[in-house]
Design a binder for this molecule. Structure first.
Ligand SMILES: O=C(O)CCC(=O)C(=O)O
Length: 308
């Protein structure tokens, strides 16, 4: 199937600048991921960082009135930020208290800069190749590892989180976009080469509610893990079945990242009753039908978003 996608991607290659190269297809099939080190320019990254900090400040303010809960000792809040529902994960703070914001999901509707990012051809075109056609957003996370407090992400695959929600698990590619330079010292992402090939793997047992969502160590080879070193503005595209995780940020350097997951166009988002088709995907799908369909789809998508 991926070879067919490759051929399709090449056939459309003339008008598209960001589709997968042959080497990237080979890496995707062999390793389950590929890197692009210079996707966004420094000025663009600065705007994304500014937007991220504005969203975090609004989320911090929204936490006062938010419903908080714990799972396995980890703190969460269901917050309304700028009128939108989002799940916020918290770091551990002083004994018995929760600290800084760790993850906000979803984040794209919380700032116009992020709303535009979802439609950016540098993300959408590779995602079209990986999904095999026009794409919609599935979910998106702002992951913050603040200096010295950013905590680890245990080894896991994303597909087990999503398997009870949808049946297109193989069509949920992720892209992690680095807002800060990321390396082992500040807890960069680690991906286990080739771990995507066997689909969802067994989880850990006897380790709380979330244990089954962490991959059982007997089912992957940790020695095949690669530290994904990226400059700010670089990205890694990775399979929903890839085992991945990251170490705490013990350094004085921030490690912020955006993780966006795409899916075939027309499907609703994870945990949000909206369809967020992408502009590039809609335009191309509509062009084949004389152009009218693209604006109809965009209008539907916009109406759905504003009625949330
Ligand atoms: O940000 C990281 O280091 C890990 C992210 C991750 O595992 C996830 O979002 O599923």
């Amino acid at each position: 199937m991926q070879a067919a996608q490759h051929a399709r991607g090449r056939a459309r290659g003339g008008a598209r600048r960001h589709g997968l190269s042959a080497a990237e297809w080979r890496a995707w099939e062999r390793d389950g991921f590929f890197l692009r080190r210079r996707v966004f320019a420094p000025g663009e990254v600065a705007r994304l960082c500014e937007a991220a900090e504005q969203v975090v400040a609004r989320a911090d303010a929204a936490l006062c009135g938010a419903e908080r809960y714990e799972i396995d000792g980890n703190g969460y809040a269901e917050a309304r930020i700028a009128g939108r529902a989002a799940t916020v994960q918290l770091e551990h703070g002083a004994p018995g208290r929760f600290g800084a914001i760790r993850v906000i999901e979803p984040f794209h509707a919380l700032h116009p800069v992020f709303e535009a990012l979802v439609d950016d051809a540098r993300l959408v075109e590779p995602m079209r190749d990986l999904v095999g056609g026009p794409v919609a957003l599935f979910t998106d996370k702002l992951n913050l590892k603040r200096p010295r407090v950013g905590s680890r992400f245990g080894w896991h695959q994303d597909s087990p989180y999503w398997m009870h929600f949808c049946n297109h698990l193989d069509q949920l590619p992720n892209v992690l976009l680095a807002l800060d330079a990321a390396a082992p010292h500040n807890g960069c992402l680690r991906l286990v080469r080739g771990s995507h090939r066997r689909g969802p793997l067994p989880g850990r047992s006897g380790e709380g509610v979330l244990g089954p969502l962490f991959t059982h160590p007997a089912h992957f080879d940790e020695s095949a893990a690669e530290a994904i070193v990226l400059p700010a503005g670089g990205a890694v595209f990775f399979s929903p079945h890839s085992v991945h995780g990251s170490q705490p940020n013990a350094s004085g350097d921030s490690r912020r990242a955006l993780v966006l997951t795409y899916q075939p166009a027309g499907l609703r988002m994870f945990k949000v009753d909206l369809v967020r088709n992408t502009g590039v995907g809609n335009v191309e799908a509509g062009a084949a039908a004389g152009g009218a369909q693209s604006s109809d789809l965009a209008a539907c998508s916009k109406a759905a978003r504003s009625s949330a």
